[in-house]
Ligand binder design. Structure first.
Ligand code: ADP
Ligand code: ADP
Ligand code: MG
Length: 750
């Protein structure tokens, strides 16, 4: 982390000895109820819990992790000084349980709670409950959270204070007739948004008057399910916007500063995947005005919070917007106008890009401010240097419409961290990405002295980001980082949609490269086998016969299935002859083909299974990931930043041994070829929320059969053929596995 030295330096001093940089600010003052922060409980999990623990540690503070049943062995639990079990895997019963979390804080004597992002971070009742229990909530006041959590109230407030707001309707009258007439007045296209919305849920774009009522009803259904509330606002839909947000910070002395902007325009399903700071192609004038607008927004909210506190609790003291906040703006690329969208009253997922360009530790700022100190820097002293990107590495199936995935990280080897490369993660090799939470595996954050340098570094690090065992978006992120329009900084919120032909094309380059990789996979199998003890009965093709014969070339046949990223690309199994001659030299021939690859290979001594190869006088390092899953051995090969995945069948004897895999489970990738034609397999692991098809019912291709939920999203499983449902293997509330057979449809005779 670029700023780790400054943290280390500061942490040697005592808390109160830090000079107050605000001459106008009163001396550090704490409310009588507040204890100095010495121990922080982190009411979160995964990477953000690890991130907070790191800063707390560097400040000499003790940390307490909380964990659910699904997280007993998680990294955040291992990293914290103490850990408290708070309940079952379901977030409702653990990470969202105010009672369990406050109880854990009391039992461990924590003075403060950091909520991270997501979960309880924007729950005003939780912030209030912390306050009432004498525990410092590291974040803004409950009043500020509640005010800003209401998109209509916050927009009304901003428009009254000269912060530009997207033209729209933010009123209390929610009759369908009025909403329709307001949409007519604003002019189509319009956007319907739940007032208490978040995570892009329940939003509907309406292109014309006759679509309005249908879209409204469906937005209301989704909003009721997600937020337990059916109020919506209507606003002008901006056709080609950029999402630009400003990091702000306030303290209890009324100081508010901004730490510049982040561009988060590249999104899928209204969710960010790549963020950067500063925003590309933005003038300094624009930067100053949007930064100032954000500071004004925070100051306006301070004023209103103060008024409502006085009304509610007869407090005579002014209450300022305290701690971290993000003011999100939407920028119309057609006109260059910017509008207030919402204010998030928490630390944002993408905060590290701001940390990289300002060389500040925002979690340290949060803790200091919560401890009653004033802001560490005044506006004019906040630096802005170079350029930073964050790419969110997700467990997801990109060709299947970015469906979230779950599973075990059999191989996890991110690029090395340095002063310009940060890997923010909550997992290590062999950990699992659970179906219960967000499918983010890691955030890759890089810094460069300018945008081009940072982007080159991003691409390079993505090429060296090795994950195997579940599908990820790494290949997609690489394509994004290389895309000419992205390189030119020509971003807007429909970037992925507009460039999907190039970004989502997995075919040509993959097919072209696959043979040399297959040769390397086959050699990897032989080498791995020769280093295993022959008496080992763990099983697998590399435990049977050694490929090495003294003074006698030996040829071994290996059959490999290529597992391309997109199932539509699968090809015939490849049969390879690997001949080991001498001096680590291998000759690999493809059956039915004259081409061959001759190479010498040596194991890298320090690594379990990596080798260096020499092909035609060029040597390079090959990284492998091996594992057993779903009745096959999987071999992943990385060479020069390219990655391919192969499987080879198990020996029959091994196949019949039970390894805990039920016959119902089919392979997720390439598995469809083994399915009977009427079988409907689950496209992802998840919870069956609603079973829509009954035994014996008639369905048409495309009819919805089941609603599945996993990791913040709902997915509808549809019939792929028309016919009669003659098997139902799933009930509502059941957890289903990726590839599990849900239904069987008896095809209609036609
Ligand atoms: P951002 O604008 O910072 O991406 P979101 O409102 O989309 O914010 O959500 C913030 C983050 O909180 C998400 O990216 C996700 O990582 C986390 N999050 C939200 N809901 C959940 C949840 N139910 N389980 C786990 N993490 C969650
Ligand atoms: P959430 O709470 O779900 O983050 P936001 O109001 O921040 O909701 O909107 C999420 C995303 O939706 C934005 O990042 C942007 O891409 C898009 N969006 C929001 N408002 C508009 C608008 N008026 N016109 C076009 N796109 C919009
Ligand atoms: Mg938002």
């Amino acid at each position: 982390m670029g700023n780790s030295t400054s943290i280390a330096r500061r942490s040697k001093r005592s808390w109160s000895s830090l000079a107050n940089p605000f001459s106008q600010a009163p001396p550090v003052e704490k409310s009588p109820a507040q204890r100095p922060i010495e121990k922080i409980l982190i009411a979160n999990r995964g990477e953000i819990a690890c991130r907070i623990i790191k800063t707390a540690r560097s400040l000499g503070l003790k940390t307490v992790a909380v964990y659910s049943d699904a997280d007993r062995n998680s990294l955040h639990v291992r990293r914290a000084d103490e850990a408290v079990f708070i309940g079952p895997a379901s977030a409702q019963l653990s990470y969202l349980s105010t009672t369990s979390i406050l109880d854990a804080a009391r039992r461990t004597g924590a003075d403060a709670i950091h909520p991270g992002y997501g979960f309880l971070s924007e729950n005003s009742k939780f912030a209030q409950a912390c306050h009432e229990s004498g525990i410092t909530f590291i974040g803004p006041s409950a009043a500020a959270i509640s005010l800003m959590g209401d998109k209509s109230a916050s927009k009304k407030l901003m428009s009254g204070a000269n912060v530009p707001v997207v033209p729209g309707y933010h009123g209390d009258d929610q009759s369908h007739e009025l909403l329709q007439s307001e949409a007519d007045r604003i002019g189509y296209p319009v956007l319907i948004k739940p007032v208490l919305g978040g995570g892009g849920k329940g939003m509907r774009i309406v292109h014309s008057r006759d679509e309005f009522l249908d879209s409204l009803r469906s937005a209301l259904r989704e909003s009721a399910a997600a937020f337990g509330d059916t109020r919506v606002l209507i606003e002008k839909y901006i056709a080609q916007p950029r999402h630009i947000e400003v990091q702000i910070f306030g303290d209890r002395f009324g100081n508010v500063v901004h730490l510049f902007e982040r561009d988060c325009s590249v999104q899928r399903r209204h969710q960010k995947i790549i963020e950067e700071a500063p925003a590309p192609l933005m003038s300094d004038d624009f930067r100053n005005s949007i930064g100032q607008a954000a500071v004004n927004a925070a100051k306006v909210s301070s004023f209103v919070i103060c008024c409502c506190q006085i009304k509610i609790s007869f407090l005579s003291k002014a209450v300022n917007y305290e701690n971290a906040g993000t003011v999100e703006f939407i920028v119309d690329t057609a006109t260059g106008e910017f509008f207030f969208m919402e204010m998030n009253t928490r630390l944002q997922v993408e905060h590290p890009v701001t940390e990289m360009v300002t060389r500040q530790d925002l979690v340290e700022w949060q803790i200091r401010v919560a401890n009653g100190e004033s802001l560490p820097l005044e506006q004019k002293s906040i630096p802005l240097q170079g350029h930073a990107f964050e790419a969110r590495v997700y467990a997801e199936n990109v060709p299947r419409g970015f469906l979230p995935a779950a599973g075990v990280l059999y191989h996890y080897n991110p690029p090395p961290a340095s002063s310009t490369v940060r890997i923010e993660t909550g997992v290590e090799q062999s950990d699992a990405v659970s179906v219960h939470y967000d499918p983010m595996i890691a955030k890759l954050v890089v810094w460069g002295s300018d945008r081009d340098m940072a982007l080159a570094k991003l691409h390079n690090c993505l090429s060296n980001f090795q994950v195997a065992g579940l599908p990820t978006n790494i290949h997609f992120l690489k394509k994004l980082a290389k895309h000419p329009a992205f390189r030119a900084g020509d971003v807007e919120t429909h970037f992925i949609e507009h460039h999907k032909n190039e970004l989502l094309d997995f075919s040509e380059s993959a097919k072209r490269d696959v043979k040399p990789f297959a040769a390397l996979a086959a050699v990897g199998v032989c080498i791995r086998e020769s280093f295993r003890r022959p008496e080992s009965r763990i099983g697998g093709p590399w435990h049977t016969t050694s490929g090495f014969r003294v003074n006698n070339p030996y040829t071994r046949k290996i059959s490999l299935d290529w597992m391309p990223e997109s199932e539509s690309l699968s090809c015939e199994p490849m049969s390879l002859d690997v001949t080991y001659s001498s001096d680590n030299e291998f000759l690999v021939k493809f059956a039915g083909d004259l081409s061959c690859v001759r190479l010498t290979a040596k194991r890298v001594a320090s690594s379990g299974c990596d080798i260096t190869v020499d092909i035609n006088g060029i040597s390079s390092t090959i990284n492998y990931g091996y594992y057993l899953q779903k009745s096959a051995y999987h071999i992943h090969v990385w060479k020069d930043g390219e990655h391919h995945h192969f499987t080879t069948a198990l020996r029959e004897a091994y196949d019949t041994e039970s390894h805990g895999e039920t016959s119902q489970r089919l392979t997720s990738s390439g598995g469809s070829s083994k399915l009977t034609p009427g079988a409907v397999a689950s496209p992802m692991a998840g919870l069956a929320v609603k079973v829509l098809a009954e035994l014996g019912s008639n369905v048409k291709a495309g009819d919805p059969l089941l609603v599945l939920e996993a990791m913040k999203m709902e997915h509808t499983v549809k019939a792929h053929i028309s016919g009669v449902i003659n098997q139902v293997n799933v009930t509502a509330g059941q957890q289903v596995s990726d590839g599990g057979i849900l239904f069987h449809i008896k095809a209609q005779e036609s």
